[in-house]
Design a protein around this ligand. Structure first.
Ligand SMILES: Cc1cc2nc3c(=O)[nH]c(=O)nc-3n(C[C@H](O)[C@H](O)[C@H](O)COP(=O)(O)OP(=O)(O)OC[C@H]3O[C@@H](n4cnc5c(N)ncnc54)[C@H](O)[C@@H]3O)c2cc1C
Length: 396
C-alpha cells in the first residue's frame, strides 16, 4: 500500500516562477497544500521584474495585481533620431514585495482549521527524484502529487549558442526630487561601437530611482566602467550627483538563438528551466504568469498534458524569438544592433508592441517586425538562409 502524498504541489526554486506559481495555486485552489523549496537563505533573490501590464491575462489579475510594487500608465524609449512615448501601462514586481507576499501567504496556512496552505523552506537544496518525489539536503524524501521544477537557468551555456543581456542596476535615494517622468525603458546613447547598450530608468518615487545599464553582447561579462559612466552622466543631468546608492542588482541572461528543444523533460519545468520566458526580450513575466495559470487551473494529474499542449501551441513564437536573437547576434554587426530596436519602435503601433512583449504575437506581427529594408551590413541572402537553418550559428 502506498501512503498519500504529503503535499499536492512541490515547487522547487523560490525565484520568480516558483513564487508566482505558489500564488496562482493558492488563488485557484485554496484547499491545496504546497511546498516551496528555495536553496538560498532568502526567497526571490534581488531583482526588479518589470512587465507590460498587457502581458497579464485578465483572469490572472486577481492574484498578480497584489504583487505589483509600482505601476505607470506609459513608458518612453529614446534612440538617436527617435523619442517615443509608448502608451502601454508598465509595472514592476520587486523581490521585496514578492517575498513579503509569499511569506504572508505561508503565514495564513498556520491558522488552525484552515485547509490547504503554503509551506516555505529556505536554505535547503532540493533534488528532483521523480515527477512526484523530491529529496531535501540529500536525506529527507517528500512525496507530492506534482513536482514543478522552477530552479531557473542551469549554469551550463545554452546549447546551440546564445548572446547575452547583461545588467548592472543601481537604486538611489536622491536629495532633490527626481524629475517626474514615466520609465525610460531604453535610452540609447549615440556611441554604439561596443554593441547595443542603453540605460534603463525607473522612477520609483519622488526621491527614488533605479538606473540600470544594459548591454547585448556575444560575451556574458558586463562593462562596469561604461555602466558607471552612463549612470553618472544621468545623475548629473538630473542634478542628483550626491544621491545615495541604496541597492545594486546585477545579472546576465543568455539569449539563445538555436531552435528550442521541444522534447518533454523528465520533470515538469517552468520559468527559465522550462523555456517559459521570452527569449528575445529577456522578460520572464508574461510566460511565467501563463505557466502559473496553466498549472494552477489544471487538475494535478492533467498538468503535464496541459503544459505540453500550451508549449506546442507556442512553439513557432518561441522559434521566432530565437530567430530574432540570431539576427541580432549573428547576422548584424555589433555597432548596428541598435537599429533593429529603433526600427521596432519606429514602425510598430502599440497593439503590435504589446502582443510582441506578451508573447502573443500573430503571424502578421512577426512579418511586420522583419519586413522592410534590412539593417546595414545584413545581406538579404544570409538573412533568408537563416530562416531555413536555425540549427547552427551562421559564421560571421
Ligand atoms: C538583472 C536582471 C534583470 C531582469 N529584468 C527582468 C524584468 O524586468 N522583467 C522580467 O520579466 N524578467 C527580467 N529578468 C529575467 C528574469 O529575472 C529571469 O528570467 C527570471 O528570474 C527567471 O525566473 P525563474 O524562476 O525561472 O528563475 P529564478 O528567478 O532565477 O529562480 C530560480 C530559483 O531557484 C533556486 N534554486 C536553484 N536550484 C535549486 C535547488 N536545487 N533547490 C532549491 N532551489 C533552487 C535559485 O536559488 C533561485 O532562487 C531579468 C534578469 C536579470 C538577470
Amino acid at each position: 500500500m502506498t501512503s498519500a502524498p504529503e503535499f499536492d504541489y512541490g515547487i522547487v526554486g523560490g525565484g520568480l516562477q516558483g513564487c508566482l506559481l505558489a500564488h496562482a495555486v493558492a488563488w485557484h485552489r485554496p484547499e491545496a497544500t504546497i511546498l516551496l523549496e528555495e536553496r538560498s537563505t532568502e526567497l526571490c533573490g534581488n531583482h526588479t521584474w518589470s512587465f507590460h501590464e498587457t502581458d497579464v491575462a485578465e483572469e490572472a489579475r486577481g492574484w498578480v495585481d497584489p504583487l505589483v510594487a509600482h505601476r505607470w500608465p506609459s513608458y518612453r524609449v529614446r534612440f538617436p533620431g527617435l523619442s517615443r512615448l509608448v502608451r502601454i501601462p508598465y509595472a514592476t514586481i520587486t523581490s521585496d514585495r514578492l517575498r513579503e507576499a509569499t511569506l504572508a501567504l505561508a503565514a495564513r496556512a498556520a491558522v488552525p482549521g484552515r485547509p490547504g496552505g503554503l509551506v516555505v523552506r529556505e536554505g535547503e537544496s532540493c533534488e528532483i527524484l521523480s515527477p512526484t518525489v523530491v529529496r531535501i539536503d540529500g536525506s529527507t524524501e517528500i512525496s507530492c502529487r506534482a513536482v514543478l521544477d522552477c530552479r531557473g537557468r542551469a549554469p551550463a551555456p545554452a546549447p546551440g549558442g546564445a548572446g547575452y543581456q547583461t545588467f548592472i542596476g543601481h537604486e538611489y535615494q536622491t536629495p532633490r526630487r527626481w524629475p517626474p517622468s514615466e520609465p525610460t525603458v531604453m535610452d540609447v546613447p549615440t556611441d554604439q561601437a561596443a554593441g547595443f547598450e542603453f540605460l534603463y530608468e525607473l522612477p520609483l518615487g519622488p526621491h527614488r530611482v533605479l538606473l540600470e545599464y544594459t548591454r547585448f553582447h556575444e560575451l556574458p561579462g558586463c562593462d562596469e566602467s561604461r555602466a558607471a559612466e552612463l549612470i553618472a552622466l544621468r545623475l548629473a543631468e538630473a542634478g542628483a550627483e550626491t544621491a545615495d546608492l541604496i541597492r545594486t542588482e546585477r545579472g546576465c541572461l543568455p539569449m539563445p538563438y538555436a531552435w528550442a528543444d521541444s522534447r518533454p523533460g523528465s520533470s515538469l519545468a517552468g520559468g527559465y528551466a522550462g523555456g517559459w520566458y521570452h527569449a528575445a526580450t529577456g522578460y520572464s513575466m508574461p510566460l511565467a504568469v501563463r505557466f502559473a495559470e496553466l498549472v494552477a487551473r489544471a487538475r494535478p494529474d492533467r498538468i503535464a498534458a496541459v503544459v505540453a499542449a500550451a508549449a506546442a501551441e507556442d512553439r513557432l513564437r518561441r522559434g521566432f524569438a530565437r530567430f530574432l536573437n540570431r539576427l541580432l547576434f549573428c547576422l548584424v554587426r555589433p555597432e548596428d544592433r541598435w537599429k533593429i530596436f529603433q526600427r521596432f519602435y519606429r514602425v510598430l503601433p502599440e497593439e503590435r508592441i504589446a502582443r510582441f512583449y506578451a508573447h502573443r504575437f500573430t503571424f502578421s506581427d512577426a512579418v511586420r517586425i522583419v519586413i522592410g529594408r534590412p539593417p546595414t551590413g545584413l545581406a538579404p541572402i544570409r538573412f533568408a538562409r537563416s530562416f531555413i537553418s536555425l540549427a547552427k550559428p551562421v559564421p560571421t
